[in-house]
Design a protein around this ligand. Structure first.
Ligand code: CMP
Length: 138
């Protein structure tokens, strides 16, 4: 169990003006922001981030979507961060997400699902290192 996870607020949510509400829900749920960046990924960067999904049929669509507008990337801290954050955001498909979760409230499809949350401590570290140097986290 680690006390840090990584998140992105995705282009669908930033373009609809949900950034503030999502950050507020994250902070009100007990997560502390340890690093944060507002950034527009290139297709190459988005492809690299999601390389693990390269063989999936939705990979091209995912890369196009994730490079379609700005995102907020952040490192979050809380006890049991990875599991608790995944509970907070809800299932990948918002239709299966529990009431009150971030995806249930703000996602519009399985691909455009408002937020990303790391699925393991190992991936939280890899994903955090993709976006942030040691000088950018506190
Ligand atoms: P995320 O948690 O960021 O991890 C991988 C992403 O791929 C996922 O959220 C969705 O945005 C996307 N994704 C997963 N399954 C599908 C699917 N069936 N069709 C389109 N996009 C998907």
């Amino acid at each position: 169990m680690s006390n840090r996870t990584f998140t992105m607020i995705k282009p669908d949510a930033t373009s609809k003006g949900y950034t503030g509400a999502i950050l507020d829900q994250i902070i009100q749920s007990g997560f502390k922001v340890k690093a944060m960046k507002w950034i527009h990924l290139t297709p190459s960067q988005a492809g690299q981030f999601y390389e693990v999904h390269k063989e999936r049929p939705f990979y091209g669509e995912l890369v196009e979507f994730m490079s379609s507008g700005p995102i907020v990337a952040a490192i979050l801290e809380k006890d049991n961060a990875v599991a608790d954050f995944r509970t907070l955001i809800g299932a990948t498909n918002f239709k299966d997400a529990a009431e009150g979760t971030i995806r249930k409230k703000y996602a519009s499809s399985i691909g455009e699902n408002a937020v990303h949350g790391s699925d393991s401590d190992e991936n939280a570290a890899i994903e955090s290192n993709f976006f942030f140097s040691n000088f950018e986290r506190f």
